[in-house]
Design a protein around this ligand. Structure first.
Ligand SMILES: [Cu+2]
Length: 328
């Protein structure tokens, strides 16, 4: 198993031995102290993002941090996160806004960065690494409406996404969606995979241990999502991967409208299942006509069985009736 967080310590140890051969004892002590400190499992409390608006300028301040997150009941993963949660916070901006983004890297060991799929930007200038303990600020305009992934883009990207550094940014169209006035309820779902903790070999060649919605294998069933009979429901969905596609499906209904990648011009009608590539997003809308529990799944049932199941509970008054969830 490769412990990525320790690579720099090993490099420091190697450098110390090469460059300070005459002080071998001191170098070894220093390297060992660094190694010991980096091997302490830290868990930094979640820090709330700070988001303020000034006209068409949106200021977003986020953290990169190491935090234990619960991925199944009683199962914790020492994750690399944005703001201490996986997925990171859902960001909302409007088409035409300028995003002024600041990333504070609280991780004591590893550089991190931010890659917004919602913007045009030179990655070599705007998605650059922020060193441990430092912060960086970047500005970009959000000119394309949609439902986009954001993620850490630091190499190896696979490790940073598999360890939890991703989330959803919604760029609302300047004129809204054609169906806005029909929507009664909205939810956001990010699908992703969990592998063996901090195990790059498993990220690369293994199978996910969990495939989840919103970070855990129970987040959308305990408690269930809710709707009232007759409601039209909108779900913003994004598949963070890092490796698998999603075959997004809601049992017992048909998606009346789908906006692929959340663009109002990419509209499809009457869809049973939508394919979301890794990083892909969509808005799905449907009307629930009968009371009951509607499972939300990826129709790749190995992945659903590994956790990617939610429940939309539809009741006469839209309140939870407290029944045990019934689902797939
Ligand atoms: Cu990162």
């Amino acid at each position: 198993m490769i412990r990525l967080k320790r690579i720099h310590c090993l490099l420091a140890l190697a450098a110390s031995i090469l460059l300070l051969a005459s002080c071998e004892g001191n170098a070894n002590e220093q390297a060992q102290a660094e190694k010991a400190s980096s091997e302490q499992r830290i868990s930094q409390p979640p820090v709330q993002p700070v988001i303020t608006r000034d006209g068409r300028n949106v200021h977003i301040a986020m953290t990169a941090q190491v935090t234990d997150v619960e991925i199944s009941k009683g199962v914790f993963y020492n994750a690399w996160t944005f703001n201490g949660t996986v997925p990171g916070p859902v960001l909302h901006v409007k088409e035409g806004d300028t995003i002024h983004f600041t990333l504070h890297n609280m991780d004591p060991d590893v550089p991190h960065s931010m890659d917004f799929h919602a913007v045009h930007a030179a990655p070599s200038k705007k998605f650059i690494d922020i060193m441990p303990g430092e912060q960086g600020s970047f500005s970009y305009s959000a000119d394309t409406p949609g439902v986009f992934m954001y993620h850490c883009g630091t190499k190896p990207v696979l490790a940073h996404i598999a360890n939890g550094m991703y989330g959803m940014i919604i760029v609302e169209p300047k004129d809204g969606y054609p169906s806005d006035n029909e929507i009664d309820r909205e939810y956001t779902i990010v699908q992703s995979e969990w592998y063996k903790e901090q195990d790059f070999e498993d990220f690369l060649n293994g199978e996910p241990e969990y495939v989840v919605f919103n970070g855990t294998d129970y987040s959308l069933s305990q408690p269930p999502l809710l709707a009232k009979v007759g409601d039209t429901v909108r779900i913003y969905i994004n598949n963070a991967g890092p490796n698998e596609v999603s075959s997004f499906h809601i049992v017992g209904t048909i998606m009346d409208r789908v906006y692929l990648d959340g663009n109002p011009r990419n509209i499809l009608y009457g869809m049973q299942t939508i394919l979301l590539p890794a990083s892909g997003g969509a808005i799905v809308e449907f009307t629930v006509t009968e009371a009951g529990d509607y499972p939300i799944v990826t129709h790749q049932f190995d992945h659903a069985t590994k956790g990617a199941v939610g429940i939309l509970r539809v009741t006469a008054d839209g309140m939870d009736n407290g029944d045990p969830v019934s689902g797939h």
